[in-house]
Every structure is written in structure tokens, then in C-alpha cells.
Ligand binder design. Structure first.
Ligand code: G1P
Length: 300
């Protein structure tokens, strides 16, 4: 069978960051393994990659965080406990040189066609963002997008647009990584979901260090826009920044609320036998596939 050239078969999950914003919680534990109520942060990315139909997940790790590999193994397992045909391969990022460098470490490991990236810190609930993007993707580059307070624009990659639009897919003029306050071209930020073309690997290999002295994925994407159109995608779900303590707590609270709602909605005769106590490593939710927040829609 010949797959369409727009079919995304590989998803990269960069997980080699040091988690310095969350010390001492991340002193010996990878931030990707911190719990969001009942499951680790990285499991959300794995579930989303499985849902989007990935054949291969590439996890970028550092030698100082071997537990990520121990937890995930070599074949993706959904949080329902169901095994899948999705293989997990690992690549080590020896030096913390930024997100762009982490993605560059995967050069030559992606399957043919466009590839996806899920930043595990960005948990999106209430709709599988990567599946939504894959459903709308036709060509070029696509990044999930969200409006943020103007005061926060210096924390993100920020898009510039030709005009305003309420479409789900919005053509983008350019993107700039962490602009200084007052210099942001809009208040619409990149969120950690990307669909990119392999040519970005070649660009990354020549991209100089940018914001924060790191090789920035955003900079390579901006260069690629000279030959590839870039689309900002308005996703339907709610995003939590689980690379921050407050975001992690908010996600955990939402997760807890959704599990309780699922249990209250379900008939007792079904719930009682299937609910296991929320302790120990064998714990599973009654319905882990149930999105745990109502989808919200935003207009830029
Ligand atoms: C990264 C990207 C940035 C994006 C953000 C979303 O930044 O470089 O463009 O807006 O993720 O979470 P980081 O959070 O790693 O600094």
C-alpha cells in the first residue's frame, strides 16, 4: 500500500530537559515522570502519539534520566493498558543545547514523510491535538497555537500574521522565539505540537544558537517558511504547562475532577468492579480514554 505523502508516521518526544524550574522535585526524578494525579506526564504524550496513529515514537533522552526508558520500554503501551504496534526508539542528547538540537539528534531516524513533535510538558486535554492537526494537515509546516496574555509572550514562540482570522488553520507570516516584551508581533503563541518536513533537519544543522544561547526549533522553522508554508492550528483542547509547578498542579486537579465525574456518571453496577483504588503502580482510571476537560474554542 502506498501511503499519502502527508501521512505522519513518526512522532518525536523530546524528554532530555533538566527540569531546573521544578527543583528539588526533579533532583533525581525526570520531570516527565512526575505524576499528573494518576499517571506520569510523559504518558499523556504517548497516548496522544498512539491516538494520532504513529508507527514510531522517538524519545530524546539524556543519560542522567534512565528511568524514562525503563518506564516506557520498546513498544508503546496506552494508559488503558492496551499494547500497540507503535515502536519506541531512543536517542541520547548528550548536551542540553536546546529544543532544536534535541530534534536534530533524530535526523535519519524518522520514517518517510512529515513527522510530528509532542513536547511532553505541554499536556493538552479535551481533544487529541496531534490527531486534530494530522486531520487538517495537507502540506508544509503546522504548529499548534494559542492566545496568551501579552505579558507572557516572551516565554513562547510567537506568530506573526497578515490579518486576523477565526479559522482553525491560519496562514502564518513568520515566527519568533521568545521576543523581548513589547516586541512580540502578536499574542498568539506556539504550543508544543508540530508537524514538520524532513528538510528542517538540514536547516537545524546550520541554525546558529538563538534565544537563551540554545539552538531553537522555532528559528529553523522560520527559515523553512521561505520555501514551506507555515500554518498555526487552533486546537480544541485545554493546555497545561506541566513544566511548571502551578501547571502540573492544575493538570492534576483537572485529572482528578474528570475521573470523579466519570465515576459519578457511570452506573454503579459497572463502576464498582472496575474501579481500583488510586494507590500503587497498578492503578488505572475507570475510563482512561475519557477526555478530562470540556473542549474549549478560542478566537484569535
Ligand atoms: C518551547 C518552544 C516555544 C514554545 C513552547 C511551548 O519553549 O521553544 O516556541 O512556544 O515550547 O510550550 P520552552 O517552553 O521549551 O522554553
Amino acid at each position: 500500500m502506498t501511503l499519502p505523502t502527508t501521512h505522519m508516521r513518526t512522532i518525536i518526544i523530546p524528554a532530555a530537559g533538566k527540569g531546573t524550574r521544578m527543583l528539588p522535585a526533579t533532583q533525581v526524578t525526570a520531570k516527565e515522570l512526575l505524576p499528573v494525579y494518576d499517571r506520569p506526564v510523559i504518558q499523556f504524550a504517548i497516548d496522544e502519539a498512539i491516538h494520532a496513529g504513529a508507527d514510531r515514537i522517538i524519545v530524546v533522552v539524556s543519560d542522567s534520566k534512565p528511568a524514562i526508558r525503563e518506564f516506557l520500554g520498546d513498544t508503546a503501551i496506552a494508559s488503558t493498558g492496551a499494547s500497540t504496534a507503535t515502536e519506541i526508539v531512543y536517542v541520547t542528547q548528550a548536551d542540553a543545547m536546546g529544543l532544536g538540537h534535541a530534534v536534530l539528534c533524530c535526523k535519519g531516524m524518522t520514517l518517510p514523510g512529515p513527522f510530528g513533535i509532542i513536547l511532553p510538558d505541554d499536556i493538552i486535554v479535551g481533544g487529541s491535538c496531534m490527531s486534530e492537526m494530522a486531520g487538517h494537515y495537507h502540506a508544509g509546516q503546522m504548529i499548534a497555537a494559542m492566545k496568551v496574555p501579552v505579558a507572557d509572550t516572551s516565554k513562547y514562540g510567537i506568530f506573526s500574521f497578515r490579518g486576523t482570522t477565526n479559522d482553525i488553520c491560519i496562514p502564518v507570516n513568520g515566527i519568533v522565539e521568545k521576543p523581548t516584551l513589547g516586541q512580540a508581533p502578536s499574542s498568539v503563541a506556539a504550543v508544543g505540537r508540530y508537524i514538520l518536513q524532513p528538510m528542517v533537519f538540514d536547516i537545524l544543522g546550520q541554525t546558529p544558537k538563538g534565544a537563551g544561547g540554545e539552538v531553537q526549533l522555532t528559528d529553523a522553522i522560520a527559515i523553512a517558511t521561505r520555501s514551506l508554508p507555515l500554518t498555526a492550528f487552533q486546537f480544541s483542547g485545554t493546555r497545561y504547562d506541566c513544566g511548571s509547578l502551578d501547571g502540573l498542579l492544575a493538570a492534576a486537579n483537572a485529572r482528578q475532577a474528570s475521573l470523579k465525574a466519570v465515576r459519578m456518571d457511570a452506573p454503579l453496577s459497572i463502576v464498582r468492579p472496575s474501579v481500583r483504588p488510586y494507590v500503587g503502580s497498578q492503578t488505572q482510571s475507570p475510563d482512561p480514554d475519557q477526555p478530562f476537560c470540556e473542549p474549549v474554542s478560542r478566537a484569535f
